[in-house]
Design a protein around this ligand. Structure first.
Ligand code: NAD
Length: 350
């Protein structure tokens, strides 16, 4: 395959292919841009259908991390890694050790964190073989301590992001009575639903699993709907917290929500869907801006002297960043995603 001329290569500083015969490791570490600092990004494990698919995924994701860290005001560059394999059947201690050793050989240019297919326990195990892994320490939290899992911080960031979007689009400060449809009640979605309920919102929820739906129905009084019915609900906010590409040619015509704001990565199937939302008067909170709470959390753990109040303030900055994106998008009559990209580039290309 071509590399430098590949569109996804997008000026990557370094791409490292790692293999280890004994453990069967096949992994790629991509360092997109380190102008603002060392690159920190998740390590995804996935049974990619082809090596090309794995390369494309890691390059796109690492580029996205540069934008996410820059707009979240972090002194971090963007990078990502992928391990090719099925996390349920192929993940062994030997494989994680070999991957950690590959990370260590980069001497801190890339710092790994959990992602789809890897978890806090994997990171803790890898930390025996490399210093360059984050999201591994138990942290003080509002009530006692919590693990390195960044999901609660992501959920908090999405919550304050929804407040900003409501201010901009609905011209109100309170979430009391706000009607929100949450797609996906995993680590982030369920926590977000609890926060929204606490602020007085009315909830509609969906998931592919039964347990979180039962929890949301019982604990939060949420109305449970089938996965396909979540798009067309007569709500104020649609919060995608499951998977990517949910804003597409099939779903946009169904949307009645005035705001799309959720945790999922890569929500727009194609960049043009940002313009389509704008034309329909739907305010889109760019995914990598609103879901940056997790990377902010991991960063605060990384810099040491973990201070929950400083972390909370930093996450709350997502609110103001979004207001800046929305105001500029309104003034320049451009899709919010384009404006967010421009602001991020102004920061990391400086
Ligand atoms: P998760 O795997 O814990 O939860 C996802 C949930 O979505 C699961 O309960 C799953 O059953 C459900 N789901 C999957 N497909 C669905 C569908 N078609 N309809 C309805 N529900 C469906 O993941 P998470 O950690 O909660 O992350 C959610 C999203 O947010 C992902 O896109 C992730 O990449 C993104 N994100 C997460 C974090 C984080 O800190 N966890 C940070 C940034 C972005």
């Amino acid at each position: 395959m071509s590399v430098f001329s590949n569109r996804d290569f997008a000026d990557h500083e370094q791409v490292v292919f790692c293999s280890d015969d004994r453990s069967g490791l096949k992994a790629i570490i991509a360092v997109h841009n380190s102008n603002l600092g060392p690159v920190l990004g998740g390590c995804r494990m996935w049974p990619y259908a082809s090596e090309d698919e794995a390369v494309r995924d890691v390059l796109r994701l690492s580029r996205g991390m540069t934008y996410k860290s820059a707009i979240a005001n972090l002194k971090l560059g963007g990078g990502k890694s992928v391990i090719i394999g099925n996390p349920r059947t192929d993940k062994t201690p030997e494989l994680l050790k070999a991957f950690a050793q590959a990370v260590e050989r980069l001497h801190g240019r890339y710092i790994a964190a959990e992602d789809s297919g890897t978890g806090v326990d994997d990171m803790k195990y890898m930390a025996q073989f490399t210093r360059h892994v984050s999201g591994v320490h138990d942290k003080p939290a509002e009530h006692g301590t919590r693990s390195g899992d960044p999901s609660p911080s992501t959920a908090y960031g999405v919550f304050v992001g929804i407040q900003a979007a409501v201010r901009e689009r609905l011209l109100r400060d309170s979430l009391d009575g706000l009607r929100v449809a949450v797609q996906g009640l995993g680590h982030v979605g369920l926590d977000l639903a609890r926060r929204l309920k606490g602020a007085g919102a009315e909830l509609w929820v969906t998931d592919l699993q039964r347990e979180p739906l039962l929890a949301a129905g019982k604990e939060l009084g949420a109305t449970v709907v089938a996965p396909d019915d979540i798009f067309g609900l007569d709500v104020d906010v649609f919060a995608p917290c499951a998977m990517g590409a949910v804003i597409n040619d099939q779903t946009v015509p169904q949307l009645k929500a005035k705001i799309v704001a959720g945790a999922a990565n890569n929500q727009l199937a194609e960049p043009r869907h940002g313009a389509v939302l704008m034309e329909r008067g739907i305010l889109y909170a760019p995914d990598y801006v609103i879901n940056a709470g997790g990377i902010i959390d991991v960063y605060h753990e990384r810099i040491g002297n973990f201070d929950p109040a400083a972390l909370a303030r930093h996450i709350e900055g997502i609110h103001d960043t979004l207001l800046e994106v929305f105001a500029r998008a309104r003034k320049e009559e451009r899709p919010t995603g384009e404006v967010a990209d421009a602001i991020a580039e102004e920061r990391f290309k400086r």
